[in-house]
Structures are given as structure tokens and as C-alpha cells.
Design a protein around this ligand. Structure first.
Ligand SMILES: *Cc1c(COP(=O)(O)O)cnc(C)c1O
Length: 383
């Protein structure tokens, strides 16, 4: 089934291998083995499970097919994918990154990379001039997330990829929020795409997983070497769950997206709500740019309450959403960004970025949206 000509919905279901080559089984089994026999003394396709195994091959082929890469890589978490992709940089290199970044990635870039001799400049990455101004002789890479989280700042992917190409820099994009179903960064000129597959690709809040892919064979070779050497690989059982999750991505994401549209529009008119951020709203600031590079608004929205005192009662009173950091599950997840997803970022930095204590993020699941709305309303003051 190794063809790139199928449309996304078909690729999601059939992935690289839609039946076990060994037995014809309708799902690739969980190859729970650490090593592989050398028949007649010769290594076969698989040798030692860190280097590769059929369960992992399944999801690695899937992400490469879905994103248009030459090869995919599966890691033990999204952060392992971020860190492994950034292994393409060397000590002495400089990286440009958004100041408005997933908290865990911010922590890695600001606390770990500098110790390894890689300096990072955090800029307003939506402003191309700020990128140009941050470029130094040692700059080797630009890291992107668009839409950003939780404030949905939209970066012009084509324009940043063009700057990277012109200046000989590597471009990285964390595509967790959009998934390849809505946004395909490699087609827009990005070098390496990264996912926390813990979120929409896995889709059931039951695994941690990371994926990366590239359309550049030379970069793919280097990522492969690092993956094998470093060993932060995704285990066979989690590969099975991830592959199973990917099969239903279209149905889940479309349902969540429809629910998010309804909730965003209603929250915008709720008296307790100060502001809503969602690319599907007609007055969303980055709307045209977002829809020039993505085919949907996604299933996540943020909103700010007028009164800080309404946050705690809401978090206590809602029954349906899981109150937690994370997103992209079949169940709705309500996050207080300040204390959960962005807890790693110092308070002053959060405030400067506009991530206030009154900000909440909802990843809309596949429940009936009327139940979600009633649940939110009973937690918010009717004022
Ligand atoms: C969750 C997340 C990550 C980190 O992924 P883990 O699987 O939790 O390690 C990275 N980027 C984004 C945008 C995320 O939402």
C-alpha cells in the first residue's frame, strides 16, 4: 500500500501497511520482542528493536505518508521528538524560536539547549522582521508552532520557510495542533515536522508518543542515526495504540472541530467571557493567514473570563471535561494554562505574553456539543 497518491482519509486508515505481511492479520501485531533472529546467520529486515521493528515501522511510515516525508520517526513522547529533531543542531549553533511556545518546549529550549552550547533567541515569530533581526552568523535553525498555544498567533509558514531557505537555516515546525489532516508544513517548505502524537494522532489520552518526519533524505539519515544512538523510541504496544488512533483521526478531528466552532461562537456571547480565540471565528485576527496554510480551524479554542474569581468555581463545577493539561483526546479537556500547560513558564513571562490567570483552553472532544455547552454554562455565572 506504499503509495503517496491516496487522499488523507484513505492514508489514515491504510497507513504504510494495512495488513501484517507475515500473516495477513488486519492489524499489525504488537511485536513485543527486543531482538530478531538472524536466519542462516544473516540479519533480516529487523535486527534489534531499538533500530526498528514492524510495530514502529507502521507509525513511522504513516507519519511520513501523511506529511509527505521520505521517512518517519516515532519517539517515546512529543518532547523526545522535539529534542531528537533539534539534535540536527550542534554546539555553537543559534536557534530562533517563538516567545509564545508550548511550555515543555520552552523549558527544553531555555534550560537544556543552552547547557549543550546552543543559544536560543525567543522572538515574536509572527513578525518576519524580528526573525531577520535575530539572525546571527551562528544561526542554524528556526522553530515554529502555528497556531500558537494558547493564544493562536498565526505565523506565515511559507514566508518563514523562505527566509530559512535563503539564509541556509533549518526550519522545524511542531504541527501537533493541526495534524497533517489540516496542515502539511513540508509542502510549504519546512524541513522537519514534529508531533506530540500524545494529542490528536493518538487521540484517546492513553499514550505518550512523538513523531517526526522530513522530506530531505540527508536530514532523514541524520535523524535515523540519532534515534538509533539515543534510543528514545516508541515501544511496540504504544505504536499499536497510536496506529489504531491514527485510523480514526478524520472522524475525531472533524467532530471536535464542529463542536469547537459551536462552543467558540456561544462563548463569545456569554456574559462571563471577555474574549475567545479560535481560527474559525469570523473576527479572528489571523483568519486569512491561517486558512491560506491550513484547511480547518482545529478543535482547540481558548477563552478568557472577565473575573478571575470565576475560574475556580468553573473548574470545580464542570463534570464532562477532564481538567488537565493536554488536548486532542476523544474526551473534552479543559486546561487552566497558567497553572497547567504553561506552569513551567515564569509568571512575569506569561503575563508579558498575554497568558493571563483568567485564560482557559478547551480541546473539544467528540461528545454531544449540547451536553458540553450545558455543562460549561452551569459552571459559569449567568451575570
Ligand atoms: C503536548 C505537546 C508537546 C509535548 O508532547 P509530549 O507528548 O507531552 O511530550 C509538544 N508540543 C505541543 C504543541 C504539545 O501540545
Amino acid at each position: 500500500m506504499a503509495s503517496k497518491t491516496y487522499r488523507p482519509a484513505t492514508l489514515l486508515v491504510h497507513q504504510g501497511n494495512d495488513r501484517d505481511p507475515a500473516t495477513g492479520a488486519s492489524a499489525i501485531p504488537i511485536y513485543q520482542a527486543s531482538t530478531y533472529h538472524h536466519f542462516e546467520g544473516k540479519p533480516g529486515e529487523y535486527d534489534y528493536a531499538r533500530s526498528g521493528n514492524p510495530s514502529r515501522q507502521q507509525v513511522e511510515d504513516a507519519i511520513a505518508l501523511l506529511e509527505g516525508g521520505v521517512r518517519g520517526f516515532a519517539y517515546a513522547s512529543g518532547m523526545a521528538a522535539v529534542a531528537s529533531a533539534l539534535s540536527l543542531l550542534h554546539s555553537g549553533d543559534h536557534l530562533i524560536a517563538p516567545n509564545d511556545l508550548y511550555g515543555g518546549t520552552w523549558r527544553y529550549l531555555s534550560l537544556i539547549l543552552p547547557d549543550q552550547g546552543i543559544e536560543v533567541s525567543f522572538v515574536d515569530i509572527t513578525d518576519l522582521q524580528q526573525i531577520e533581526d535575530a539572525i546571527r552568523p551562528s544561526t542554524r535553525g528556526i522553530f515554529l508552532e502555528t497556531p500558537s498555544n494558547p493564544l493562536f498567533n498565526i505565523t506565515d509558514i511559507r514566508a518563514v520557510a523562505a527566509i530559512a531557505k535563503e539564509r541556509g537555516l533549518l526550519s522545524f515546525l511542531d504541527n501537533t495542533f493541526m495534524t497533517p489532516l489540516l496542515q502539511r508544513p513540508l509542502d510549504l517548505g519546512i524541513d522537519v515536522v514534529i508531533h506530540s502524537a500524545t494529542k490528536f494522532l493518538g487521540g484517546h489520552s492513553d499514550i505518550l508518543a512523538g513523531l517526526a518526519t522530513t522530506a530531505n533524505p540527508e536530514l532523514a539519515g541524520r535523524l535515523k542515526r540519532f534515534q538509533n544512538a539515543f534510543g528514545a523510541v516508541l515501544a511496540p504496544f504504544d505504536c499499536f495504540l497510536l496506529s489504531r488512533g491514527i485510523k480514526t483521526l478524520k472522524l475525531r478531528l472533524e467532530a471536535g472541530q464542529q463542536g469547537a466552532q459551536v462552543l467558540a461562537e456561544r462563548l463569545q456571547n456569554h456574559p462571563a467571557v471577555a474574549r475567545v480565540w479560535f481560527p474559525g471565528l469570523s473576527d479572528f485576527a489571523g483568519r486569512d493567514l491561517h486558512f491560506s496554510q491550513a484547511t480547518g480551524p482545529g478543535a482547540v479554542l481558548s477563552f478568557e473570563l472577565k473575573d478571575k474569581g470565576d475560574i475556580a468555581p468553573l473548574l470545580q463545577q464542570v463534570r464532562l471535561p477532564i481538567i488537565a493539561p493536554s488536548l486532542g483526546g476523544v474526551e473534552t479537556i479543559l486546561t487552566h494554562c497558567w497553572s497547567m500547560s504553561h506552569a513551567a513558564i515564569p509568571a512575569a513571562t506569561k503575563t508579558a505574553l498575554g497568558i493571563n490567570e483568567t485564560l482557559l483552553r478547551i480541546s473539544v472532544g467528540i461528545e454531544d456539543v449540547e451536553d458540553l455547552w450545558e455543562d460549561l454554562c452551569q459552571g459559569l455565572p449567568a451575570r
